[in-house]
Design a binder for this molecule. Structure first.
Ligand code: ADP
Ligand code: MG
Length: 728
């Protein structure tokens, strides 16, 4: 008898809601645990404050003396807020965050204790980094890596630890993390976008990329989650028959938030608010036990840090409320998976959203400039952008029958489409006064009104323009947003740089006025980037065929999608924009391939264990019961038993067939894994895992799920979908 499942169910049913008290306003609570501008004003000398602000605004260096001052101030503030330790908080290529805590406490030679934290410890640290993935960088160069303070993301006290956001690089300067390339990409887009924004307003001196992520997740009772080895080891259910009821009634989406979940959310939001994460929206998502949280958007680097911190806080708070939070993109078959829409825009230091039209024709031309350049950038680099969100778990969404498709396309809506169509007709070279007036009044001038009722949002589009921002929807719920944000900002930077060059040539050499030159270049971009624009149903087969005709990439699996990273064009792009060297790009591809292989390998092993140790034994146990029953009936009824045992015999046979298929396929899967493991080339190995190992998962699952339907409920060992998804 398997007890785990039933113990878990009774435990989950005994749970009480933990009441979370909330006193006072959230706005008062906001950022109380963050060493933000307000605290700096309080704790730093004028010189130190200016130096840190300069580093934030223009990336200027902070000298050692100032760093000492900042560290001293930070220490004082952190200790006053309950901190006993400090850590450099960084983002290794594992995708999540890492930290190693050191106590402020130190000993003086005379044996007395004191609290110490100097500029040296603030600015740089050397964690023992040998166990983080580096894609060979550390083997080839230096074995050591170090973390370095990122002053653009404020330090914060989390629990009893002062966390200092840092980048993680090798001693030879190669980035070993996700933050360093992101910061470089943000610098590139700042430079390129500022130069272009100056066409419209000379006062612009900085452009920030903005990011507002929407985090989807599942919340499962802790005891139930821990009763499933697959959830604990792989983050998803590898087997499980669908519950009779799924999401078909649409009664969960935006429905009343269950009590226990609401307590969890309040607690989480309180903690986030203190940590300066501007959480705003919470609601039920489409699938049962699926939810979403969204913040107010922020500068992209800070938003990325906040998303990573949120995921960490969520796991801890969930645990306190006896939940397990699942960030996997597809924890349950047959119902919706989870994503993390990345809403992205560009904002100037003068307070203008460059993807928002304004009140004058010139402001609208500015909008069009950034709008069309983004389209052009995504058109050229669609495959690279797709690669930035590739992972074994996200393959269950992109490319499977799930939102959105693996093909990248842009939705802009009918009205904006018409505006671009009209701009395509702009004359080459100088524009006549009539044409200028016509453009101003009837094309560019009408944009704000158009956008007001541009509400027909296409939910199937992977990259949609939603009024004043683009929304990238293929990002996985588990993915570190730094990856897609690095690529998106790099390609837009590259595009804006090219645009500026072309416009300047027309102004300087062809004597065109600024707006004429801009119209001329945009016209060409509109013409040459049409293939990426698609307003129809992104899930349809027709689109797949059409996209193929348009020569858009359609990489459904991670090993395929990652290839483009090291293509000539990509490497040249990263080098030119100073975002990554060839070594850094190759290292990342290697790390991603390796992660893919390991994920599939672990899933294969867990599946093997589930079949041999859980599914097959319990099925046999039930089969034996039936056999005993048949034998008993035979004893009692003799010759006429056949009629009485027909049903039982049929079930006995069905069980036998499924067991035999499971055994055969599981053994084949193990063989395929062994063969794949002999391959030295990482690309080939990842492909072998993808093409030869992974397909067994569904085949095995099919038979296991059939057995779940046949076997006596009281004998079934694995907690069922209806329990995981409907116990709240
Ligand atoms: P939904 O996509 O669910 O309909 P909204 O369109 O209301 O939701 O916006 C979702 C997210 O978009 C929010 O997290 C918000 O902060 C973000 N957002 C809004 N404006 C911007 C912007 N200019 N830059 C980046 N993100 C933004
Ligand atoms: Mg959205």
């Amino acid at each position: 008898m398997f007890k785990m499942r039933f113990n878990a169910i009774s435990e989950s049913l005994r749970r009480n809601r933990i009441i979370i008290e909330e006193k006072g306003r959230r706005s008062k609570l906001f950022g109380t645990q963050v060493f933000n501008d307000e605290k700096m004003l309080q704790y730093l000398t004028k010189d130190a404050l200016e130096s840190v602000r300069g580093a934030i605004f223009s990336g200027s260096k902070i000298d050692r003396k100032i760093a000492d001052q900042v560290a001293e101030a930070m220490k004082g503030w952190a200790i006053a807020n309950g901190a006993t330790h400090y850590t450099h908080w960084f983002q290794p290529l594992t995708g999540s965050t890492a930290e190693k805590h050191d106590a402020f406490f130190d000993l003086l030679p005379d044996g007395k204790g004191l609290e110490k934290f100097g500029g040296g410890q603030l600015v740089q640290q050397e964690p023992d980094a040998s166990s983080f993935p580096s894609g060979g960088i550390r083997n080839t160069f230096e074995a050591r890596g170090y973390t370095a303070w990122d002053p653009t993301s404020p330090a914060f006290v989390y629990g009893t630890t002062l966390c200092v956001p840092t980048i993680f690089v090798s001693y030879t300067g190669e980035a070993l993390d996700n933050k360093a390339p992101l910061l470089r990409a943000l610098h590139a887009v700042d430079e390129a976008a500022t130069a272009v924004a100056k066409y419209f307003d000379k006062n612009v001196s900085k452009v920030n990329a903005t990011l507002g992520w929407e985090q989807e997740y599942f919340l499962i009772d802790k005891a139930l989650a821990y009763s499933r080895p697959d959830i604990i080891l792989t983050g998803r259910t590898l087997v499980g028959h669908l519950a009779a009821k799924g999401q078909q009634l649409d009664d969960h989406y935006f429905g009343v938030i269950p009590n226990r979940v609401l307590s969890f959310m309040s607690d989480l939001e309180k903690e986030c608010t203190k940590l300066g994460i501007p959480v705003k929206t919470r609601h039920n998502e489409v699938a049962p036990n699926q939810f979403e949280l969204a913040p107010v958007f922020e500068e992209a680097n800070l938003a990325v840090d906040h998303n990573l911190l949120l995921m960490d806080v969520m796991e801890k708070i969930a645990d306190a409320h006896n939940f397990k939070v699942l960030f996997h993109e597809k924890p349950f078959a047959g119902i919706n998976g989870s994503g993390k829409h990345n809403n992205w825009s560009l904002a100037t230091d003068t307070g203008i959203n460059l993807l928002s039209p304004g009140s004058t024709p010139m402001k609208n031309l500015q909008f069009l400039t950034f709008f069309v350049n983004t389209i052009k950038a995504v058109d050229h680099y669609e495959e690279l952008l797709r690669s930035s969100i590739a992972s074994a778990s996200n393959d269950h969404r992109l490319g499977a029958n799930e939102a959105p498709p693996a093909i990248l396309s842009i939705f802009i809506g009918k009205q904006l489409g018409q505006v671009l169509d009209e701009l395509e007709g702009v004359s080459q070279g100088k524009l006549s006064p009539e044409e200028k007036t016509e453009l101003k009044l009837n094309v560019v001038g009408k944009i704000p009104e158009i956008l007001l009722d541009n509400t027909d949002r296409n939910r199937t589009s992977p990259f949609a323009f939603t009024g004043n921002k683009f929304e990238m929807r293929g990002v996985g719920s588990k993915t570190n947003c730094a990856k897609p944000m690095t690529i998106l900002n790099t390609i837009v930077a590259k595009q804006l740089k090219a645009f500026k060059k072309e416009v300047d040539v027309l102004i300087d050499k062809k004597n065109l006025k600024k707006d004429e030159a801009i119209f001329n270049v945009l016209r060409e971009y509109i013409k040459t980037s049409k293939k990426i624009r698609f307003d129809g149903d992104g899930y349809s087969e027709d689109w797949e065929k059409e996209a193929k005709r348009r020569k858009l990439s359609n990489n459904k699996t991670t090993p395929e999608a990652l290839q483009i990273m090291t293509g000539k064009d990509s490497i040249a792009l990263f080098r030119e924009m100073k975002v990554m060297s060839e070594i850094e790009v190759r290292a990342r591809q290697e790390v991603e391939l390796e992660a893919y292989i390991l994920h599939i390998q672990i899933e294969g092993r867990v599946l093997n264990e589930l079949m041999y140790n859980h599914v097959i034994p319990s099925s046999i146990q039930y089969q034996n019961k039936l056999i005993t029953n048949v034998n008993g009936l035979k004893e009692i009824y003799g010759a006429i038993h056949k009629k009485l045992t027909e049903g039982q015999l049929n079930i006995i046979e069905q069980i036998a067939e499924h067991i035999s298929e499971i055994k055969k396929k599981t053994d084949h899967m193990v063989e395929a894994r062994k063969r794949a493991n002999t391959l030295k080339d990482l690309n080939k190995k990842a492909s072998a895992y993808c093409e030869n190992v992974r397909p067994y998962f569904d085949e095995i699952r099919y038979h296991s799920d059939k057995l779940e339907r046949l076997v006596d409920d009281s004998e079934w060992p694995l907690t069922k979908y209806r329990e995981l998804l409907f116990i709240k």
